[in-house]
Design a protein around this ligand. Structure first.
Ligand SMILES: Nc1nc2c(ncn2[C@@H]2O[C@H](COP(=O)(O)OP(=O)(O)OP(=O)(O)O)[C@@H](O)[C@H]2O)c(=O)[nH]1
Ligand SMILES: [Mg+2]
Length: 241
């Protein structure tokens, strides 16, 4: 049986990005003979993102599904809902990808190729060949500092813990106890990678170029920052403080 990949795209007010991103992903997958299914998890975005997704689902039948949630419930739980659906659909590989065009669809084949010999592949801005375009100096410091903080406290030999562009072998998501994941914001990325590392899964970083979003609003907030700072210690101590 040929392999199937699911790409989970959480959306909150991404109306102007999703219409561009979906055809780009489908083009890359078609050109590289990758059988893909896109799962978009929308939290009742006030800008009407879900309506655009419904139009895309009609335009590309059988390739796109929409999970509609009633309100903004956070990135972490959006991904968990997407993972459940992808596993029900028997996906072999499951991608996490932002819907704001920060992650390039052209990187999908390289991440997938690496996933054939690793359990979890991380798109990484901070390995040779990786890059961030158009971020302010402050944003770069927060991102680099965040990974350094998390990797030091958790003892993780990983250079980019928060890029959010990942490819899991289905086996990883089947074996981890996803019901124990508590993070909602950026720490969701760290938490999942930490549990995968602790469970002994083989992790590989693949360089990516990350572009700052051109359209729409960043959801990065003080609340997300502090949630992440505290969550790292909760993980380290193995407790829920
Ligand atoms: N369904 C859902 N999606 C979300 C939520 N918060 C963020 N997202 C989406 O998750 C993806 C990544 O979001 P972030 O990178 O954290 O937020 P951002 O606004 O892109 O912030 P930057 O890091 O500045 O790019 C984007 O596609 C967002 O639309 C949420 O609560 N629910
Ligand atoms: Mg983003």
């Amino acid at each position: 049986m040929s392999e199937i990949i699911s790409i989970i795209l959480p959306t909150y007010n991404e109306r102007k990005n999703i219409g561009q991103l979906v055809p780009q992903i489908l083009d890359v997958c078609r050109d590289n003979q990758i059988a893909s299914s896109l799962i978009i998890v929308d939290d009742n975005s006030p800008d009407g993102t879900a309506a655009i997704v419904s139009q895309l689902a009609q335009k590309f039948p059988g390739q796109i599904s929409l999970i509609k949630r009633s309100q903004k419930m956070g990135l972490g739980s959006a991904y968990l809902a997407g993972f459940k659906k992808a596993l029900r659909e028997q996906a072999h590989y499951i991608f996490e990808m932002d819907a704001d065009l920060s992650h390039s669809p052209t990187d999908i084949p390289r991440l997938l190729a690496a996933a054939h010999s690793h359990d979890l592949v991380l798109g990484s801005r901070y390995v040779p060949g990786g890059k961030v375009n158009n971020w302010s100096a402050l944003r770069k410091i927060i991102s680099r500092g965040g990974t350094l903080y998390a990797k030091t406290i958790l003892g993780l030999p990983i250079n980019d813990l928060t890029s959010g562009f990942k490819c899991f072998s289905a086996n990883v998501l089947k074996q981890l106890d996803l019901s124990k994941i508590k993070s909602d914001g950026y720490s969701f990325q760290v938490e999942l990678t930490y549990h995968a590392y602790q469970a002994g899964f083989k992790i590989k970083e693949v360089p990516i170029t990350f572009e700052d979003r051109q359209v729409g609003q960043s959801k990065f907030s003080k609340q997300i920052f502090w949630e992440a700072a505290l969550m790292i210690w909760r993980l380290r101590l193995g407790t829920r403080l």
